[in-house]
Design a binder for this molecule. Structure first.
Ligand SMILES: *Cc1c(COP(=O)(O)O)cnc(C)c1O
Length: 341
């Protein structure tokens, strides 16, 4: 099976498994797991930040940051298609007690002007705004990327109004590869950031929160409350360290494979996808009116897994477990699956 449903499907490589098996561990609740400590120090340094924290999932990282950067009963400005709004089972309301002010971004990206307009004026009967949350890259909009100037402009408006800025950087390393930028270039515009070890970086579990020492200390406390404080978690941190060593530079290959897949499909099905507009590793392809669920079923029968994202839209995500040949084969399967109504 060529599994292009998501980059979450990546499996730990033999080298990663060896690193996990060999990891030196301790009780991380006592802060005595040397491998976790090494990963956290390394990530903080990488992002030019004071501190970082390992958490079990990206959703937990998002929810901890919402808890820390927004006050309960305040408003968070974010794109309506963001992961936090759509895929976190209502946790923003249940756990952080925040209200979402959803905007329609440019393929998921908020402009500084739109953010400025959405900030509530100071008045006792209005819901105060506390936080602006940005998704980099944007999952539901085909892996789109904020340019650094765009991040700077949004952050300047937000901070000028006394708001915090959060970056849900589940795929921030994909963005960095596309921008040819350093982690600190993005972190400079955020009060908190998180990224997933378990997507394109290829680790089986884990996300990292990155921020100030004070915020990360508070995150430790809330992580405990949420049941996310773990013990000999160095076996997972070792996978994260291995991922940072081996799987960051190669993300450019995933981006090239996504563009290849798009151009092979567009060659046979013009207009279904624009190969010049595949910024990272996610592409949405129009089925030309053929029912997307039927296309996905035919693809599966042909050995290719993808997700239906709408009545006539199929999503493919490239990652380290698929290569250029797999993408060519997936393109042929898509063309077959969309033949004649
Ligand atoms: C995957 C993802 C997350 C977190 O997901 P987990 O499955 O909990 O790791 C958060 N934000 C975005 C944009 C994502 O794509």
């Amino acid at each position: 099976m060529i599994d292009l449903r998501s980059d979450t499907v990546t499996r730990p490589s033999d080298g990663m498994r060896r690193a996990m098996a060999a990891a030196e561990v301790g009780d991380d609740v006592y802060r005595e797991d040397p491998t976790v400590n090494r990963l956290q120090d390394r990530v903080a340094e990488l992002f030019d930040a004071e501190a970082s924290l390992f958490v079990p999932s990206g959703v937990m990282a998002n929810q901890l940051w919402l808890r820390l950067l927004a006050r309960p009963a305040t408003e968070v400005i974010l794109d309506g298609d963001s992961h936090i709004v759509n895929y976190e089972a209502g946790a923003g309301a249940a756990l952080a007690g925040v209200q979402f002010r959803t905007l329609v971004g440019d393929r998921g990206r908020l402009s500084a002007e739109a953010v400025a307009e959405a900030i509530r004026p100071d008045a006792f009967h209005l819901t105060p705004t506390s936080l602006v949350s940005l998704e980099q890259t944007h999952n539901r909009h085909g892996g789109t990327v904020y340019r650094l100037e765009e991040l700077a402009a949004v952050a300047s408006v937000a901070r000028g109004a006394g708001l915090n800025v959060y970056i849900d950087g589940a795929r921030v390393f994909n963005a960095l590869a596309a921008l040819d930028a350093k982690p600190g270039d993005v972190m400079a515009h955020a009060d908190g950031l998180s990224f997933c070890l378990s997507k394109g970086l290829g680790a089986p579990v884990g996300s990292m929160m990155v921020g100030s020492s004070a915020a990360i200390e508070e995150a430790r406390l809330w992580r405990r409350r949420y049941g996310g404080a773990l013990r000999q978690v160095g076996v997972l941190a070792a996978a994260g360290l291995h991922a940072l060593d081996h799987n960051v530079e190669r993300l450019a290959v995933d981006h090239a494979n996504a563009r290849l897949l798009a151009s092979e499909i567009a060659g046979a099905r013009p207009g279904s996808v624009d190969p010049d507009d595949v910024p990272t590793n996610i592409l949405f392809v129009d089925t030309g009116g053929v029912d997307a669920n039927a296309v996905v079923a035919r693809l599966a029968a042909d050995g290719v897994l993808a997700n239906a994202m709408g009545p006539s839209v199929v999503r493919f995500v490239t990652h380290l477990d698929v290569d250029a040949d797999d993408c060519r084969r997936a393109a042929r399967a898509f063309v077959d699956a969309t033949r004649g109504g």
